[in-house]
Design a protein around this ligand. Structure first.
Ligand code: BMA
Length: 828
């Protein structure tokens, strides 16, 4: 097998649509892989789509057709040689032409396309042209043919197999890309090639690692059709199998005795093994390799326990027999322009998840089947991946051409991802069962298909056939084994639940009204960091309702929800600077409140996936990490709330109790010192409570009346601490508490790589933060949302390459806390 990348010499032309005069018909150098937007940006023909209000200026691209062209010069095929033109990904509605002959048409960005071109090549330069039609117009046409189906948002994204959030989402821009978004190449081969390689990796009862390597071969169909030898090798262990003449499938089982197990992060190591698969003509082992494939595998078993129990139906991931509390977040494409996402960028993002003590990411159904790089990084870091099939917030027609597209993409991607140790679950889609029940679809559908066949028939059938080692769930949320009409998909006692009343309608304290079995979505918005916000939005004045700010706030009544969500808790912000800090802080508070509640109910609740880890552009959103990769206060709040050992005060019965959550592999014991103190430091009551909680367990501890009944609710705090783990419990909302606005004093000094900022509290100070990006764009602080008791100090470390006046880290608007919101208005 010889592969030649075809990434050079491409040009792009807009061929139809409401194209601006200076772009229409113009030949623009094109990058492959890439997209039309990025090529026009590189050529200086469009402004940056993420900047200010440019997104709105670029709507013409929705209805534009494009032509990508290059020339291919390749030797003619030998008599027994196949030459294939392979596109790993076309976005999306394309016609492929070589030497003026149409090779085929495509309408699915989630698939690979392969064309036999051996007849078309003669060694002279040959035109290769890919014409892209407006995906929106194609979707509208399919909608007219099949009959409309209800969907979220403006465009019928449910009628074309293009990433749903390409068409805009409540955190994403409506910039509809087109282009050759994955590698394209010529493949020259003889006799046979490996068309599919599916290592199914498990661990036998006796600890033997098993890699059952299933392959499908394509025969060249030119000349001989011999018997083939399939070889699979892991370290010194090799297995071979014979594929008889004419046959197209084979299985080689490699066994590794006493295999070291792969574990999720926090449970053990992630040993990975290279797996080499080769295909040769049978007979002599020295026969040249016809084709080969390399994968990396890890030995582990993963199941999801949904065995009914006294409460209902659990949803608990079990890895190597160990039950796991899934601490994680939802994942969206890390840049709306997918082709800019590098492996390094993905690694930074996954590292941020791990650093916040996450062990699971859910690749959400409005995006894509992620790239190899993503799963590789998750394999290495021990981050379990929950993979949605890409269907979201919509009903989907089950007729041709959509059914066939779903079938083809599901087969391809289930097979493609088998080798990844991190892949824990295939899931039917996002909120489609829920939408059917609650979003008024049934009346509008008038009996038309809406996607149930995908979730209950097609997808589980494909997973069972191609990857029986993987768990499958019909959707998220979903009540396992119940039809949506039988048991509501979002039922708290059964399976997975999305908690969206908080954020949309009710205060975050109502997270405590439900004890879900697994909360796979919940979250709260906050603006991006100041540096990211001001890099991309230049309104003057900049306010929550200034025009560009609003274009980067996509949620329905988003600012209203931010304000209503914050009002019961925090002092009213005096100006935009305060608003920015207060909404970010409230985002973190809301989400941490939910997580502490959910974790306190382990093992009944077995997972929390926050909406959402990342952003795909600069925007006010639910993300913990913003579009310029900066960590928002929420990220620090997540790191606290997801800490392996957690103390939290939770209501039990009609009174507060102390709950100790031990998500480590060793027992946790010690003496918890509990004190009720005034904001000035006077101890009003204290007690020592002995703690004894076994590995991966939760203990509830009673708190005496004298500890939880303050004399002065506005000026006292309960503090419980053991082994450096601490929680504080206030007796009222921050807006009603008697904080000292001048509680903090600070001193900053330059050190290698940045600055150290020592902050001291004379009086109780809550959620102390250093918003370092306000001082220098690359400045990052190591810790945030630190609560200081009177007399305590904390030293923050800021890393930056910039040389700045250290005093800037010691005052508003950089040094912040809840206390600072009670101070007179700060200045930008
Ligand atoms: C859930 C997600 C997304 C959405 C988020 C915030 O419904 O599945 O569709 O972005 O809520 O509204």
């Amino acid at each position: 097998m010889i592969r030649h990348a075809l990434h050079d010499g491409w040009h792009l032309t807009a061929t139809a649509g409401p194209v601006p005069a200076d772009i229409a018909g113009r030949r623009v150098p094109a990058q492959v892989p890439g997209s039309a937007h990025l090529d026009l940006l590189a050529a200086g023909l469009i402004p940056d789509p993420y900047l200010d209000r440019n997104e709105a200026e670029l709507v013409w691209a929705h209805r534009t057709d494009w032509r990508y062209a290059t020339t291919v010069e390749a030797a003619p095929a030998a008599e027994d040689e196949r030459v294939d033109l392979v596109f790993e990904g076309l976005d999306t509605v394309a016609t492929v032409e070589l030497a003026g002959t149409v090779l085929g048409t495509t309408a699915n960005m989630h698939r690979t396309y392969r064309f036999d071109v051996r007849e078309a090549l003669d060694g002279t330069p040959t035109d290769l042209v890919v014409g892209f039609r407006s995906a929106l117009e194609h979707a509208e046409e399919v909608e007219r043919e099949l009959g409309a189906r209800p969907h979220a948002y403006d465009h019928p994204f449910n009628m074309v197999r293009k990433m749903a959030c390409s068409f805009g989402w409540d955190w994403g821009p409506d910039l509809q890309t087109a282009g050759i978004w994955k590698p394209v190449r010529l493949e020259r081969w003889r006799t046979a090639r490996l068309a599919e390689v599916r290592p199914l990796v498990t661990v036998a009862e006796d600890g033997t690692g098993r890699a059952e390597v299933h392959v499908t071969v394509e025969r060249a169909g030119l000349g001989d059709d011999p018997e083939l030898t399939l070889t699979a090798t892991v370290g010194e262990h090799t297995a071979t199998a014979t594929i008889p003449a004419g046959a197209t499938t084979g299985v080689a089982l490699v066994e590794v005795p006493d295999a070291r197990l792969w574990w999720p992060v926090g449970y053990g190591d992630q040993p990975l093994h290279d797996l080499r698969v080769t295909l040769r003509t049978a007979g002599d082992p020295d026969n040249p390799e016809l084709d080969g494939a390399d994968r990396r595998i890890g030995f582990r078993t993963i199941t999801v326990d949904t065995t009914p129990d006294e409460t209902g139906t659990p949803f608990t991931f079990v890895v190597n027999g160990q039950r796991i509390f899934a601490k994680g977040a939802n994942w969206i494409p890390d840049d709306h322009f997918l082709t800019r996402i590098t492996r390094e960028r993905l690694a930074r993002r996954v590292d941020q998840a791990v650093d916040a003590h996450m062990n699971m990411l859910r690749v959400w159904g409005g995006g894509i089947y992620e790239t190899e790089d993503f799963y590789d990084v998750c394999d290495e870091r021990g981050v379990l991946v929950w993979q949605d099939f890409p269907l979201a917030c919509s009903s989907y027609a089950e007729e041709a051409p959509l059914w066939d597209e779903f079938e083809a993409e599901a087969r391809e991607n289930v097979a493609r991802l088998t080798s990844h140790a991190s892949l824990a679950l295939w899931n039917g889609g996002n909120e489609n069962l829920w939408g059917y029940m609650d979003w008024g679809w049934q009346e509008r559908l008038e009996g038309r298909t809406w996607g149930l066949g995908y979730y209950t028939d097609l997808f589980p059938r494909i997973v069972a056939e191609l990857d029986p080692t993987r768990a499958y769930s019909d959707g998220s949320p979903y009540s396992p084994r119940f039809a949506p009409e039988e048991k509501h998909p979002n039922d708290q006692d059964h399976g997975t639940r999305h908690e969206w009343e908080v954020w949309n309608r009710v205060d975050y304290t109502t997270y405590r009204n439900h004890v879900p079995r697994f909360c796979s979505e919940f979250g709260f918005q906050g603006p991006p960091t100041w540096a990211t916000l001001t890099d991309w939005i230049h309104d003057e004045p900049l306010t929550p309702t200034s025009p560009a700010f609003l274009l980067h706030q996509k949620a329905e009544d988003g600012n209203g929800k931010l304000d209503r969500g914050m009002a019961p808790h925090l002092p009213d912000p005096a100006d935009f600077t305060d608003w920015h800090w207060a909404t970010q802080l409230n985002q973190s508070r809301a989400v941490a409140f939910g997580i502490e509640h959910f974790r306190s109910w382990w093992p009944r609740t077995a997972g929390t996936l926050v909406w959402q880890l990342n952003d795909c552009w600069p925007v006010t959103s639910w993300a913990a990490v913003d579009g310029e990769e900066r960590r928002k206060p929420l990220w620090y709040g997540l790191r606290h709330a997801y800490a392996p050992r957690l103390l939290t005060v939770q209501p039990r019965g009609d009174r507060p109790a102390l709950v100790a959550v031990n998500d480590t592999g060793t027992a946790w014991s010690g003496d918890i010192v509990v004190r009720r103190i005034t904001f000035g430091g006077e101890v009003r009551d204290s007690a020592t409570i002995s703690l004894e909680v076994s590995a991966r367990s939760v203990a509830e501890l009673e708190l005496a009346d004298s500890l939880v009944k303050p004399v002065d609710p506005a000026g006292e705090v309960l503090v419980a601490a053991v082994d450096g783990v601490r929680t504080v419990h206030l007796f009222g909302e921050d807006r009603d508490l008697a904080y000292d606005p001048a509680a903090l004093s600070a001193r900053a000094t330059a050190v290698a790589d940045g600055y150290q900022v020592e902050v001291r509290a004379e009086s109780f100070a809550r959620d102390v933060a250093i918003l370092a990006d306000r001082v220098a764009p690359d400045a990052e602080v190591d810790e945030m949302l630190v609560t200081l008791l009177p007399g305590e100090s904390h030293t923050f470390t800021v890393r930056t390459t910039a040389t700045v006046d250290p005093a800037r880290f010691t005052e508003a608007p950089v040094l912040r806390s809840v206390n600072s919101l009670t101070a007179p208005p700060s200045r930008v």
